[in-house]
Ligand binder design. Structure first.
Ligand SMILES: Cc1cc2nc3c(=O)[nH]c(=O)nc-3n(C[C@H](O)[C@H](O)[C@H](O)COP(=O)(O)OP(=O)(O)OC[C@H]3O[C@@H](n4cnc5c(N)ncnc54)[C@H](O)[C@@H]3O)c2cc1C
Ligand code: SF4
Length: 629
């Protein structure tokens, strides 16, 4: 039997950080990951943070990966952070950059799959020094304890013997259920995130969002953004793409089910968003059906070849780096020549092939994933026997209104787990009482744990100050009182004392309401917003077109089994599954009898249906492989 000091289940950002830190501490560790390539099942919004807390230590990404700042494939440094209150064709924008910069060293937009690939390369290099590494394409099926040995079983490999396990297997952690460390998260403790990666040339992003080279912004949205459901939207600028999506309370969706892609489409098509994502997109007219078949084929080939060169020329022309490189390598003599070639190619498309150019947008990838709401999902005891839980698997994330943080917290957890395991190795004691409890202490010392549980008064003050133009009569009584207390210098000590007493859970019922998500932002936009009136309508792809683009290697054996096809929850999945895996099958037309059936082909492992199903990740290499994530 193969032996390692540690098995890490899951190679997302948290699991890979655990591998890096354990390896640096001299332990022999192995990541066991279902996805191939490793990290390609992760989805984020996403902004990766490095934080500073004056009185407490944080293990930031640049500390875990020493060459992060020089070498990591980050997208843009976030230099502006805005909240947009939206109503019909009006928008009021609050500048939250100061609130965002609070306790932040830096924040970069990232595409999770690319980022994970880089994390994996660094961590694997370090792990190999101790004989450890990464095995991708394997699904961990069980952890068993036999005669004081810990055995990790997979669907693909011989069992592996280890001294400790790090469970970094994400929001739908099977390790949590295998070990009995926790039950499945309640739907009230989860959000469903749905996202689209949109292509847009670099210079157009810079110009549209008012950015200098390398700078980036985040725009959050609330109000009339998608049919009155409780949640928010986001646009993050990447180098040559945008990450655009929505994060919604799962329980509010279950109460009033609606397809995630319908919500996404509603969001993408409101003028306040379509203005930010629109592009010039070629539209190929249908061929004359009377043309001979060979002629049609010849035309098709000609168009796709020319479209490809037009696209390449355009992305080179509108990217500072690509433009510079193309000229330095003498591919083009000058910028003017490049422009000329671009114009000529476009003209040829228009004149020879009757291609027209319309206002629309280019969607590269559609994805969805559950997000644990740290306030409700946080595991009080993130360990069981010799298994330590980190990141989403432990329900750890700051998701409070405008603060969205999960990646940085998983990395910090992983560094703490590594320290607890290294200490256990030194004392040859991997027991729950020794190693687990020490990990629990380290996690409680993490400033993130406080951040997840408590309201940060200083952050709130900066936030409220940014909102000072908002007419207070738009707020409900509770918020009005809160704003007043936070703004008045004379009662600050009183306000600070109150916020210290209240934890997030106490305040949720007051803050996370339809009023706060939808009604108040709409009223604010109506009262003081500016008008946005585009004269075009963008058209999102159909869900079938979206699914057709995702790489899914279906397992003929279902990895999800419905427990009760007649439960209200399962019925709601007919709408809530982001890739339409659930359908209502008519059993008896005359008696109006029908039943929910699951077609697991096309499952993107978002986890939405997990609460009332026997839910497992697919076997190794099977299932979804994202390109961006
Ligand atoms: C829409 C959206 C927006 C977000 N925005 C932000 C943001 O802006 N900033 C931020 O910091 N966070 C954000 N988050 C949260 C953040 O993305 C997550 O907290 C983070 O990616 C979780 O990392 P992880 O490593 O814990 O889990 P994951 O990335 O989910 O990794 C878990 C891994 O475990 C593997 N696995 C699971 N079970 C098994 C098994 N049995 N055997 C083998 N492998 C297994 C999976 O294949 C997967 O690769 C967002 C999330 C979403 C969905
Ligand atoms: S079947 Fe797959 S994609 Fe559909 S809700 Fe369940 S986990 Fe998500």
């Amino acid at each position: 039997m193969e032996k390692y000091d540690v098995a890490i289940i899951g190679g997302g950002s948290a699991g890979l950080a655990a591998l890096m830190e354990l390896s640096k501490l001299g332990l022999q560790a192995v990541v066991l990951e279902g996805a191939k390539p490793v990290g390609s099942k992760s989805v984020t919004g996403g902004i990766l943070y490095s934080k500073n807390y004056r009185n407490a230590k944080v293990y930031n990404v640049e500390e875990v990966y020493k060459n992060f700042l020089d070498d990591a494939p980050v997208e843009r440094r976030i230099t502006g952070y805005y909240l947009n209150a939206v109503s019909e064709n009006k928008v009021y924008t609050v500048d939250l950059t100061d609130a965002h910069n609070y306790q932040t060293n830096f924040a970069y937009s990232v595409l999770m799959v690319r980022m994970n690939k880089w994390f994996a390369a660094q961590a694997e290099e370090e792990a190999q020094k101790n004989g450890g590494g990464i095995v991708s394409g394997v699904h961990v099926s069980d952890i068993v304890w036999e005669n004081s040995k810990t055995i990790v079983q997979t669907d693909e490999l011989e069992p592996i013997q280890v001294n400790a396990v790090v469970a970094a297997d994400g929001v739908n952690s099977e390790a949590a259920l295998m070990t009995g460390a926790r039950k499945k998260f309640d739907v009230e403790a989860l959000y469903q995130g749905v996202k689209s990666v949109i292509r847009l040339p670099e210079d157009i992003i810079d110009e549209r969002y008012g950015l200098k080279e390398g700078e980036g912004v985040a725009h959050l949205f609330a109000g009339d953004i998608s049919r009155g459901h409780n949640g928010g939207g986001f646009i993050y600028t990447n180098k040559e793409t945008l990450s655009v999506g929505l994060v919604y309370h799962l329980d509010s969706l279950i109460k009033s089910p609606i397809e995630p892609y319908t919500l996404l489409d509603s969001f993408l098509t409101i003028p306040q968003v379509s203005n930010y994502i629109k592009d010039e997109v070629p539209f190929v007219k249908e061929f004359d059906r009377d043309l001979p078949k060979e002629e049609q084929l010849r035309m098709k080939f000609g168009i796709s070849k020319l479209l490809k060169s037009w696209e390449e020329l355009r992305y080179t022309y509108y990217s500072k780096t690509a433009r510079r490189k193309a000229i330095e390598s003498r591919l083009y003599k000058s910028e003017e020549e490049l422009r000329h070639r671009l114009d000529e190619t476009r003209k040829e498309l228009e004149e020879k092939f009757r291609v027209s150019f319309v206002t629309n947008y280019v969607e590269l990838e559609y994805s969805a994933k559950l997000v644990p709401d740290g306030k409700r999902a946080l595991m009080d005891k993130p360990y069981k026997n010799n298994v330590l839980f980190v990141g989403d698997a432990a329900g750890r994330g700051v998701f409070v209104g405008t603060r969205i943080e999960g990646i940085n917290i998983g990395i910090d957890d992983a560094a703490r787990a590594a320290r607890a395991i290294a200490r256990a190795k030194e004392h040859n004691d991997y027991s729950e009482e020794y190693m687990g409890r020490y990990y629990g202490e380290l996690i409680n010392e993490s400033p993130y744990t406080d951040d997840i549980r408590k309201i940060d008064f200083e952050y709130l003050k900066i936030f409220v100050n940014a909102c000072k133009e908002i007419p207070t009569e738009s707020l409900n009584l509770f918020l009005r009182l809160g704003f007043m207390l936070l703004q008045k210098a004379t009662v600050q000590d009183f306000a600070r004392a109150i916020t210290k007493m209240l934890d997030q859970r106490t305040l949720l019922a007051l803050i996370e309401t339809n009023e706060a998500y939808v009604k108040i932002p709409m009223e604010v936009a109506e009262k003081i917003g500016r008008t946005v009136n585009p004269d075009y309508k963008i058209k999102p792809p159909s869900i079938d077109e979206r699914i057709a683009k995702i790489r899914i290697n279906d397992d003929p054996e279902p990895h999800i089994k419905i427990l009760d096809p007649n439960s209200r929850f399962i019925k709601s999945m007919v709408q809530l599954c982001p890739t339409k895996c659930y359908i209502m099958e008519i059993l008896d037309k005359e008696r109006f009898k029908s039943e929910v059936v699951l077609q697991h082909e096309g499952c993107i492992e978002c986890g939405t249906c997990s609460k009332e199903t026997d839910w497992k990740h697919p076997k190794g290499e099977k299932g979804v492989t994202y390109e961006y994530g």
